[in-house]
Design a protein around this ligand. Structure first.
Ligand code: 6PG
Length: 481
């Protein structure tokens, strides 16, 4: 029998679906799973008739592959990846390629690329987005790592990826951890996008008292315009589901505490490390954390029973305002995500092509959306674009919705309804466009208690003041840096 084109380790849903996708495209896939009955179930079940080969040990897997061997890991991020990589180092040969398709932390990928290199192996950290369905029918794939591995794996990955206008949603992202980094930021944006949609639902429910069926129709309508995206589409579907047992809208029976696996947090940490403003992404992570603070929420609900008086709002006007606020906030969230990638690219020397990333996300992934082609367009027109908000399409869109955005946020504030992402996006926008912020005072305070020095607007250099010296007159003394 001829050897397999690629090996796949880890037959949980994502791994199994990716194997089926590859096999469906005509690649012979050798599959391995630690619990081997999963292999048999796949071969005798969904994989019947497809070019799939079972391997019952890593030695057998290695022996079944064409050289240079390509082995894709679809296992839990973290220690399991290190464990399998160690075992693979024993059975693979120089030149072979290991691809990690999980949501790994990009700094782990940087380390693994080095480790693999020291054993003559090539390592690729590939972000794979699109959930179970994407894995089966065409995900968005973000591979990065050992550059020399790309020509070897490109035919398989570009063939199984989603396609837009004939172009695969899979391109080489860059060296070392670049692929997993970009996937992480994709997820950070995903967190913000989901949070914003959540807030839109929350407003329609609590300010307007819409039923779930009514909200379903609103989301369907929104999905036909500039907000068109996978997340808006599935939100409409979710709103339409009725619980079989109780006859109630299923959504209203789900506990309001959201979990997370780490990618949103890593995006936020990276923004903090790089010094990139990304408040909406951070708020989206925090909003999940607050939602899970059950005990405190319970006490606060009893302690602070604010009576909310529902303002007299015109239903149709307010729905339109929420739509505008959602779009403007979404633009800010994407602007923050792209800014993180822009600055990481400079810091780590990755040379990320920001417009191409938008195209890779155009289909297959969770944040797939019609408006991503405007991001591509923005970077095509200006490859040095500093912030997406400054591109004509986005500038115009935000300005168009600005008044309604403010109405939505202020209405919620008056009613005591939390809108962390909508309001943080608005604060981000306002902070960027405000001429004089409050940070002159913060600098003065820092200099007062810690002699941290400050800069003046009328002279170059650093200055310090003895703030506690008596009298009103203060000396601003130049300081050598
Ligand atoms: C995707 C998703 C996927 C997964 C995340 C969700 O792009 O296909 O982002 O990677 O759903 O792990 O992360 P949380 O569990 O942290 O929400």
């Amino acid at each position: 029998m001829s050897r397999a084109d690629i090996g796949l380790i880890g037959l949980a849903v994502m791994g199994e679906n990716l194997a089926l996708n590859m096999a469906g495209k005509g690649f012979t896939v050798a599959v391995y799973n630690r619990t081997t009955d999963k292999i048999d179930r796949l071969l005798q079940g969904r994989g019947q008739g497809l070019p799939l080969v079972g391997a019952y040990s890593l030695e057998e897997l290695a022996a079944s592959l064409k050289k240079p061997r390509k082995v894709m890991l679809m296992v839990k991020a973290g220690q399991p990846v290190d464990n399998i990589l160690q075992q693979l180092i024993e059975v693979l040969e120089p030149g072979d390629i290991v691809i990690d398709g999980g949501n790994s932390y990009y700094r782990d990928t940087v380390r693994r690329v080095e480790l693999a290199r020291s054993h003559g192996l090539r390592f690729v950290g590939a972000g794979v987005s699109g959930g179970e369905e994407g894995a089966l029918n065409g995900p968005s794939i973000m591979p990065g790592g050992s550059d020399e591995a790309w020509p070897e794996i490109a035919p398989i990955f570009q063939s199984i990826a989603a396609h837009v206008g004939g172009e695969p949603c899979c391109q080489w992202i860059g060296p070392d951890g670049a692929g997993h980094f970009v996937k992480t930021v994709h997820n950070g944006i995903e967190y913000a996008d989901m949070q914003l949609i959540g807030e839109a639902y929350f407003l329609m429910k609590n300010v307007l008292g819409l039923t779930n069926q009514e909200m379903k129709s609103v989301f369907e309508e929104w999905n036909a315009g500039e907000l068109e995206s996978y997340l808006i589409e599935i939100t409409g579907e979710i709103l339409g589901k009725i619980d079989e047992d109780t006859g109630e809208p299923l959504l209203e029976l789900i506990k309001d505490a959201a979990g997370q696996k780490g990618t949103g947090k890593w995006t936020s940490q990276e923004a903090l490390d790089l010094g990139v403003p990304a408040p909406t992404v951070v708020e989206a992570v925090m909003a999940r954390i607050v939602s899970g603070a059950e005990e405190q929420r319970k006490i606060a609900q009893e302690l602070f029973q604010t009576t909310m008086t529902v303002k007299d709002v015109d239903r149709e006007e307010f729905i339109a305002a929420i739509r505008s606020a959602l779009f403007a906030s979404k633009i800010c969230a994407y602007a923050q995500g792209f800014d993180i990638m822009r600055q990481a690219s400079i810091e780590y020397g990755w040379n990320l092509k920001l417009g191409d990333l938008a195209m890779i996300w155009r289909d297959g992934c969770i944040i797939r959306a019609q408006f991503l082609h405007h991001i591509k367009e923005a970077y095509d027109n200006n490859p040095g674009l500093v912030n997406l908000l400054f591109a004509p399409y986005f500038k115009e869109a935000v300005e168009r919705g600005e008044k309604q955005w403010r109405t939505v946020v202020s209405t919620a504030v008056e009613l005591g309804l939390p809108l962390p992402a909508f309001s943080s996006a608005l604060a981000y926008f306002d902070s960027l466009r405000t001429g004089q912020l409050w940070t002159n005072l913060v600098q003065a305070q820092r200099d007062y208690f810690g002699a941290h020095t400050y800069q003046r607007i009328d002279r170059p250099g650093a200055f310090h003041t003895e703030w506690q010296s008596p009298g009103e007159q203060a000396k601003s003394v130049p300081v050598e840096w």
